[in-house]
Design a protein around this ligand. Sequence first.
Ligand code: ZN
Length: 110
Amino acid sequence: MALTNCKECNSEISDKAFDCPKCGAKLRKPERSFFGKIIKYTFIVFNLLMLLWFVTGVGSAAQTVDAAASEAEQAGAAIGTGIGAMLIITIWVFGDLILGIMTLLTRPKK
Ligand SMILES: [Zn+2]
């Protein structure tokens, strides 16, 4: 274990320390593990994809309903869009929950 000096109070501290035990100054950020980084980026990409899917899915479903369609067709399309949106949101919430827990579990440790 090598020793280094704190930038703030100049006391000798371990170079493995994340913050100074004397004055509490932040010395360096704890790094995420490689797996943790993958989870973190998967989480971000997943949310972007779900948002894209939600916007394009609901958007294209709404386009299929034109003014000439009968009331029954319009109602059917509205229900279809509702179920589709519900499905996307359900997958989104569950995916976020799983990835969120994994992100928490792979958080950098001090
Ligand atoms: Zn210090």
